[in-house]
Design a protein. Structure first.
Lengths: 110, 113
């Protein structure tokens, strides 16, 4: 069965304190690894897609990387507005079905 | 580009009643997906359409659930004889053809009392 595991479940950082969020996956026939941001009461917001091991993508203070078994979302010098839940998902079958992890709730204190 | 829209945003219903949700995808996106999300969990795949054809359904989608996408535009998700376990956020997403990233709507929060 396809599985995506994210750790830690929650992370509290001081503003400016860099860290990484982990996503490990066992998804047969993985076609893409997706990262989303979700604010309370809202739908997930697309951040990145990674397709092959070694690939990296950046957007502002965020950088996503991919290995054969894991993906990391690195947050550099976070700000309070980066506080949200970050979801990782594996895509299969032409990315028609996404298998999500439970998410990591990030809180950044000013 | 107005994004994916969903209606209603909130629905409170009594157990045993039927409910219907609507999703309007981003224009020109021919793939449309439904997910369900409960508190503290990631979204769970329910079903998806390419144009008007429903191509895959999760085993989570019991006989009480039905989804349609007439004419390949908007989609509806109906739940018959609602149960308290159906209480969740129902999310819709859309994408361009094969391999495209999925863009989510704001969701419909269902509460079954």
């Amino acid at each position: 069965e396809d599985q995506v595991t994210q750790s830690p479940e929650a992370l509290r950082l001081q503003e400016g304190e860099s860290s990484s969020l982990n996503c490990s996956y066992t998804v047969s026939g993985l076609r893409g690894l997706f990262w989303y941001r979700q604010d309370p009461g809202k739908g997930p917001e697309f951040l990145f897609t990674l397709y092959s091991a070694g690939e990296e993508k950046e957007k502002e203070r965020l950088k996503a990387t991919l290995t054969k078994k894991e993906s990391f979302l690195h947050i550099t010098a976070p700000k309070p507005e980066d506080s949200a839940t970050y979801l990782c998902a594996g895509g299969t079958g032409a990315n028609s079905k996404l298998t999500f992890g439970k998410g990591i709730t990030l809180s950044v204190r000013p | 580009d107005t994004g994916v829209s969903q209606d209603p945003r909130h629905k409170i219903t009594k157990r045993g009643q039927n409910v219907t949700f609507r999703c309007d995808p981003i224009s020109e996106h021919n793939r449309l997906y439904w997910y369900r999300q409960t508190l503290g969990q990631g979204p769970e795949f329910l079903t998806y359409f390419q144009n008007e054809a429903q191509l895959e359904k999760s085993r989570l989608l019991s006989d009480r659930f039905s989804a349609e996408r007439p004419k390949g535009s908007f989609s509806t998700l109906e739940i018959q004889r609602t149960e308290q376990g159906d209480s969740a956020m129902y999310l819709c997403a859309s994408s361009l053809a094969i391999g495209g990233e999925q863009y989510f709507g704001p969701g419909t929060r269902l509460t079954v009392t």
